[in-house]
Write a protein that binds this ligand. Structure first.
Ligand SMILES: Nc1ncnc2c1ncn2[C@@H]1O[C@H](COP(=O)(O)OP(=O)(O)O)[C@@H](O)[C@H]1O
Ligand SMILES: [Mg+2]
Ligand SMILES: [Zn+2]
Length: 679
């Protein structure tokens, strides 16, 4: 301890606690039955900077002083409560250090120091009681010995404390007389979007001890955690402890109040710059040109990505909530720069990550419950949870794990992921916008097939995408020439031939700033969207199409319009925004093989892969079958085929195929060879 300190540290802490703010905090402890007390580090720094400094340097010692001082002050403020909690230590918790220590820079010089880290929780174990004071009984003489416990393993008595016994073995733990405290372990990782390109993320295990801090952070939460850095060597039976230690953090305080990471803090000058940018009449073009500038062409896809980055406004109604995030799917031939586009997005998204469909961890795209080496269970967050309130770029989505295929529906629909396994029951948030890429199931995109036939993803997932684009690798002289020049120039210079008009770090802040604006639809914009929708519905109605564009596309149009207004920092959605939304929606529908100009939009074709005519034919076959059943009970297949070809012009081969499909679907079955019946 230092000679500079004239008063004892605990007295200095007690002085600090005598300020109005802390007197009140201490006096109020009994109201919530608290045995912990929060100190805002700022306050301590102002009141006694030397003490604050010491607390950072020697936290074990100084937290003890603070705890004792807090108890002494509690005796003054609320003697009755102090007596009641006597024997329990007051946990003094420190909130908000002046700076965060990057996870990446944590090293041996930090051992035993108080630090603040920021990151995202990627896993958490179930809550387990940890013994802090163990009472043992000697099996020889029955004498009891109490031992305070620290570290990972139980410390047994060295020798029986009974002087006449003094045995060195055979002790049993008496649970009822031992003292336990709830503990939990979480793992915190660097923010995915702040990862230097090509680096694997660093993570650190954090131990939480005490009712007031356990279960305050779930996987996917972003947090600031103050704690003491500890080192621990793995021990092995027989060989002993390893010489190499690994670091972990003993948490003192957890702050999940969504503070922006330092890289997103916008200075007043930057705010001015952002607002000036937004006034540019070409702002949308500039943003589009700033998205993956090294990728040639694909203006419309970059435009869609712009909408995805800004997002629409979520609506929370009393009975339902409607997502604001857009989901975009790129289906395309190999080598069409899909991965390139996806990898760029996390660099400009305020929050976001890139992952492959298989996922990079055991948790895949959603979540997983896994056993821990110490016999507990841990809940691990997958990509969509880590991308909560951000953008998940999922490459090769068609290759996702079967578990994810099931769980991803809930994620895309309700924006949550529920887990109930191995004693862990949790619902994690997954409010992510999805930018997905998929390769065609047959290697190359086949324009004569529907989207659903081209890709091995279920229709239920496909229908959750607001926009779908197809990237085809078709030789085209002019374009090939320009693109090859673009790519060669890129290789020659080692940099992108076209500089982004807005640098990535400014664009990120621009987007973060814009996402705080919630534009509303003007009457004119609303009318445009409504007219387009009604026109499309009416066009298909007259032609007797089963389903034209649906309310889903209307919601998508609203989201896109809002996103476009946000991109110009406007509080109102103008008719112009609606026009652009309609244009990009048309483009997406057209790319999916729909002829929009003739207004024969049939979402069924995109999604179910059953063209109207085919569905119509199936419907006809079924109705004829039912009619014939009324007369004959069982229907002779040959008679049905005759009727179909003579009266409905459905040829034998096609009819056979369609009947085969109905049988596979289970709508029709063959009770006897050559006979059919509807189920
Ligand atoms: N339009 C383009 N502009 C620039 N580079 C391109 C373009 N199309 C393909 N490439 C290049 O081709 C390579 C393959 O791209 P990649 O993103 O891996 O394709 P995909 O994921 O679609 O299979 C990359 O090196 C990429 O830079
Ligand atoms: Mg790829
Ligand atoms: Zn004994």
């Amino acid at each position: 301890m230092t000679e500079l300190m004239l008063e004892k540290p605990s007295e200095r802490f007690q002085n600090f606690f005598k300020s109005d703010k802390y007197r009140q905090r201490i006096a109020h402890m009994s109201l919530s039955g608290a045995t912990s007390l929060i100190i805002d580090f700022e306050d301590l720094l102002v009141a006694d900077d030397e003490l604050a400094e010491k607390l950072l340097e020697q936290p074990d010692e100084y937290l003890e002083y603070a705890s004792n001082a807090a108890y002494d002050q509690l005796l003054i403020e609320d003697r009755e409560y102090a007596e009641r909690i006597k024997g329990q230590k007051i946990a003094v918790r420190i909130r908000g250090l002046p700076y965060t220590t990057p996870l990446r820079s944590l090293g041996s010089e930090h051992i035993g120091k108080l630090v603040m880290l920021e990151g995202i929780v990627i896993r958490s174990t179930n809550v387990r009681p940890l013994v802090i004071n163990a009472t043992f009984r000697c099996k020889g003489c029955g004498e009891k010995t109490e031992i305070a416990q620290t570290g990972n393993f139980i410390t047994f008595p060295y020798r029986c404390s009974n002087p006449t016994c003094k045995r060195t073995g055979n002790f049993e733990l008496i649970y009822e007389e031992s003292e336990f405290i709830d503990s939990q372990e979480i793992r915190v990782q660097e923010y995915p979007e702040e990862l230097p390109p090509g680096q694997t993320p660093r993570s650190l295990d954090v131990q939480l001890i005490g009712k007031d801090i356990i279960d305050t952070a779930r996987p996917g939460d972003r947090l600031h955690v103050v704690g003491i850095v500890r080192a621990e060597a793995k021990s092995y039976p027989r060989t002993g402890k390893l010489r190499a230690f690994s670091l972990f953090l003993e948490a003192n305080f957890i702050d999940t109040a969504g503070k922006e990471p330092e890289s997103l803090i916008i200075s007043p000058e930057e705010e001015e710059q952002i607002i000036k940018l937004s006034k540019d009449p070409w702002i949308h073009r500039k943003i589009i040109q700033s998205i993956a500038p090294s990728v040639y062409g694909y203006e419309h896809i970059k435009e869609a990505i712009m909408y995805l980055l800004f997002g629409g406004v979520p609506k929370y109604l009393p009975d339902i909530s409607i997502r604001g995030e857009l989901n975009i799917l790129l289906i395309g031939d190999p080598g069409t720069a899909k991965s390139q586009l996806l990898r760029y997005v996390p660099r400009i998204a305020p929050r976001g990550l890139y992952t492959s469909g298989r996922g990079t961890t055991a948790a895949g795209l959603t979540a997983a419950v896994l056993p821990t080496p110490t016999g507990g269970m841990t809940l691990e967050a997958g990509a969509l949870v880590l991308a909560d309130r951000g953008i998940a770029c999922i490459d090769e989505m068609d290759k996702m794990r079967p578990d994810d295929r099931v769980a991803i529906h809930e994620a895309m629909e309700q924006h949550t992921i529920s887990v109930a396994k191995g004693g862990i029951v949790a619902t994690l948030n997954a409010r992510a916008a999805i930018l997905a890429a998929a390769n065609p199931a047959l290697g190359r995109y086949d324009s004569y097939r529907t989207v659903a036939e081209n890709i091995s993803l279920p229709v239920t997932i496909l229908s959750r995408f607001d926009l779908i684009f197809v990237l085809k690798d078709i030789p085209e002289k002019e374009r090939d020439l320009q693109m090859s020049e673009h790519i060669l120039e890129l290789h020659r210079k080692g940099a992108s031939p076209s500089e982004p008009p807005i640098p990535p770090d400014i664009l990120r802040k621009y987007i973060a700033f814009a996402r705080g604006i919630n534009p509303t639809l003007t009457k004119e914009a609303l009318e445009r969207l409504r007219d387009f929708y009604l026109e499309m519905r009416a066009a298909t109605e007259t032609e007797g199409s089963p389903i034209a564009i649906t309310a889903r596309q209307l919601e998508s149009l609203v989201r896109i319009s809002e996103a476009r207004a946000r991109a110009a920092l406007r509080k109102e959605v103008q008719p112009e925004d609606a026009e652009y939304a309609i244009a990009i929606m048309r483009r997406s529908l057209e790319e999916a093989g729909i002829d929009v100009s003739s207004k024969k939009i049939d979402i069924d074709i995109i999604m179910t892969g059953k063209p109207k005519s085919m569905q119509e034919k199936l419907r006809v076959i079924l109705s004829i079958l039912v009619k014939m059943e009324k007369d004959t009970g069982l229907v002779k297949k040959s008679e049905l085929l005759d009727k179909l070809s003579s009266e409905f012009d459905i040829q034998r081969a096609e009819a056979e195929r369609l009947i085969g499909q109905l049988i596979r679907e289970g709508t029709v079955y063959e009770p006897r060879d050559g006979y059919l019946k509807k189920t």
